[in-house]
Ligand binder design. Structure first.
Ligand SMILES: Cc1cc2nc3c(=O)[nH]c(=O)nc-3n(C[C@H](O)[C@H](O)[C@H](O)COP(=O)(O)OP(=O)(O)OC[C@H]3O[C@@H](n4cnc5c(N)ncnc54)[C@H](O)[C@@H]3O)c2cc1C
Length: 396
């Protein structure tokens, strides 16, 4: 049911907030804002309708316990199919010399380190909530123009419609159209790597452990899914990825089994094998006139630490917190207000970029000295309870 406040004035849809991008971060932003009583319109260039899930989705997310708790508080978890979610109770990491670092929930006095959820499961849940909150969602139409007036931002669509609001949340992903319209530049770092993503049915149970192997120019993660399934994210050089992608499912499973030292016994590919080219990209500004950037539109990071979505949802949490604390007369698109968002998000984004670049330097580097330091780090860290706790707090 659509709310009656989306009247068209002079052919323009009136709202408080336009969210451009109906990816997971955009949908979460729409829900958070709608729950605060804001009139929200979501626009996406693609058709985003999604049905209930029947098969295993190769796109998965490791969400921290904090992110899960926030999604629960937002009401999203009530729509999630819990039987398809797996908790992470520990992490086991191996470096190129096979030094092992093990981190468990007890090391940081937590119930769990996080959960693994499939993209389709979470997307379905978010869409259900968006629709029950009466958010207007306009899909399969291109954005063509962006204009600012003193009090509004106006978005023109290719089908002739326009939307006017006080604030625009740009959640349109790594190639953000809004970001480029707002003349915000980006800094890139190309890893020259591709992530190969696939699910496997494993012979041995994963025991709710997220496992990750680091080597020069590669990281391979096997993340726990229900019923002895695991999700693989294998980041390798783009050349090696091209070769791996020519393999049959059985041959790929054998290669993964060998690379992971048979840790989970036999593996069988379930569903599709996908690939994603990897880079780090950060917007030089997080705000423009009546615009805030969130999610990958603001920052894309390497998936080796499984933090991109978590970081994007923390952008939304920051906005939610600021909008919760506004007074009735607050102009939510005002520059001074948006500057608070930019300032508040900076440290987290820099920390995550540094964490990923640091891991990249340690494990993607061929230098013998750096390899030794990395090996020393794993061995020593494995006996340091306080440092382990600190490390978990960075990622859980
Ligand atoms: C292999 C891999 C594994 C990952 N694993 C994890 C993990 O375990 N944990 C984790 O936290 N993160 C992970 N990430 C990161 C995570 O996937 C991203 O950070 C997250 O998907 C970003 O979501 P988003 O909504 O910001 O962007 P997107 O998902 O890219 O959504 C953008 C939306 O905007 C729309 N759009 C684009 N252009 C326009 C336009 N011009 N007009 C209107 N709409 C537009 C698109 O159609 C899309 O719906 C992983 C990433 C990769 C590549």
């Amino acid at each position: 049911m659509k709310r009656d406040f989306f009247q068209s004035v002079n052919g323009s849809i009136q709202a408080d907030i336009i969210v451009v991008g109906a990816g997971l971060v955009g949908l979460a932003a729409a829900i958070a804002c709608a729950k605060l009583g804001k009139k929200v319109v979501v626009v996406d260039a693609q058709k985003t309708a999604i049905g209930k899930q029947l098969t295993w989705d190769a796109r998965i997310y490791a969400l921290t316990a904090n992110t899960e708790a926030w999604l629960k508080a937002l009401g999203v978890w009530a729509e999630v199919d819990a039987s398809r979610v797996n908790m992470i109770s520990g992490m086991q990491l191996w470096d190129a010399q096979d030094n092992k670092l093990a981190l468990y929930e007890d090391d940081a006095n937590l119930d769990k380190l996080g959960v693994i959820i499939e993209n389709q499961n979470l997307t379905y849940a978010l869409n259900q909530l968006v629709s029950s909150l009466g958010v207007t969602v306009i899909t399969a139409v291109e954005c063509v123009s962006l204009q600012n007036t003193r009090q509004h931002i106006n978005l023109g669509l290719a089908d002739g419609r326009s939307i006017s609001a006080n604030l625009m949340i740009a959640a349109d992903g790594v190639g953000s159209w809004v970001r480029s319209q707002a003349n915000i530049a980006v800094k890139h770092k190309d890893f020259n790597q591709t992530a190969i993503v696939a699910n496997f049915l494993a012979e041995n149970h994963h025991a709710n452990i997220a496992r990750q192997w680091f080597g020069p120019h590669e990281t391979l993660a096997l993340l726990p899914l229900p019923k002895k399934h695991v999700s693989m994210v294998w980041a390798v050089s783009t050349g090696q990825a091209a070769e791996l992608l020519t393999l049959s499912s059985d041959a790929l499973a054998e290669r993964v089994q060998a690379r992971t030292h048979n840790e989970l016994g036999g593996l069988r590919v379930v569903g599709k094998v996908l690939s994603f080219s990897l880079r780090q990209q950060t917007a030089t500004q997080l705000i423009a006139e009546r615009v805030v950037l969130v999610g990958d539109a603001a920052h894309q990071i390497h998936p080796m630490a499984g933090q991109g979505m978590n970081l994007g949802l923390r952008d939304v949490r920051q906005l939610q917190e600021m909008l919760t604390n506004t007074h009735a007369m607050q102009d939510i698109g005002e520059h001074a207000f948006l500057r608070k968002y930019a300032r508040a998000r900076l440290a987290d984004i820099v920390t995550m970029n540094t964490l990923n670049s640091g891991l990249d330097a340690l494990f993607v580097n061929d230098s013998a000295v750096i390899k030794k330091v990395a090996g020393w780090g794993f061995k020593q860290l494995n006996h340091q309870t306080t440092l382990k706790k600190l490390l978990i707090q960075q990622v859980a």
